[in-house]
Design a binder for this molecule. Structure first.
Ligand SMILES: [Zn+2]
Length: 243
């Protein structure tokens, strides 16, 4: 059973220990000097999630190593690079609070850098597994912030990134479909409607007798009255009378 849920986020930092069994570790970069990684700029609006590949296939280049690398970048006061989250084949590491601007999209002060959450997918190990973990992370973020869109680095600057995904025919579409598949499964798991309930729920929702939410919660007397009222009103309408 897939266990992808809304994330518990405090001050931009994911509090969940794991996501569908994949450990989530916070290694937040300590701000230093010129703010090369920790921009300390609050995002005014978040419109999506930008996915990357690290372009480093060295076996040691996992998510934790990239977190160390970013701390070195911050301390060195030279390059300006930052990323919110790294995902490899066995873990997710967060390096910057999610509500802070990061420099990853190559579009300067554009929407990529200023308005999206950045995810780097590591290439050090089992790439298919790392991508699956990244899909789960994208899905959990979509469940948490339903208005976000899924982007790739290429959308912002034209760079061929995430290169592993883009180098496969239909690779990007497959990735996006996979993310949406996890979101759907998570939604279904939250309500867990048995087969015999699907048609009645569809009918009642379509005809605005119920909103189709909180399906497994108990009914109050007031809700029972409203459901009966809407049902009766619907039947009268079908037979051409208004009440
Ligand atoms: Zn990239």
């Amino acid at each position: 059973m897939i266990n992808i849920i809304k994330l518990n986020i405090k001050n931009g930092i994911i509090q969940n220990d794991a996501l569908d069994g994949v450990p989530v570790i916070a290694k937040i970069i300590e701000a230093h000097g010129k703010k090369n990684v920790r921009t300390l700029k609050k995002m005014t609006e978040v419109i999506g999630i930008t996915n990357h590949n690290t372009a480093n296939s060295s076996p040691a280049a996992d998510a934790a190593m990239h977190a160390k690398y970013l701390q070195n970048v911050e301390n060195a006061d030279k390059a300006y690079i930052s990323v919110h989250l790294f995902v490899d084949d066995e873990k997710i590491v967060q390096t910057v609070p999610l509500d802070e601007v990061t420099y990853h999209a190559g579009d300067s002060k554009g929407d990529g850098n200023y308005k999206t959450i950045s995810i780097e997918i590591c290439e050090n190990g089992d790439i298919a597994k790392a991508e699956e973990n990244a899909k789960k992370l994208n899905a959990a973020l979509l469940l948490t912030y339903p208005n976000l869109k899924i982007y790739k680095h290429q959308d912002w600057s034209g760079k061929f990134c995430p290169r592993r995904i883009l180098s496969r025919p239909n690779g990007w579409q497959d990735f996006v479909d996979g993310v949406n598949g996890y979101v759907k499964k998570a939604d279904a798991a939250q309500t867990d409607i048995p087969d015999w309930g699907i048609e009645p729920v569809e009918f009642m929702t379509k005809n605005k007798i119920t909103d189709g939410k909180r399906l497994l919660s108990p009914v109050t007397r007031l809700e029972a009255i409203v459901l009966l009222y809407r049902t009766i009103k619907y039947i009268f309408k079908v037979f051409g009378k208004n009440i």
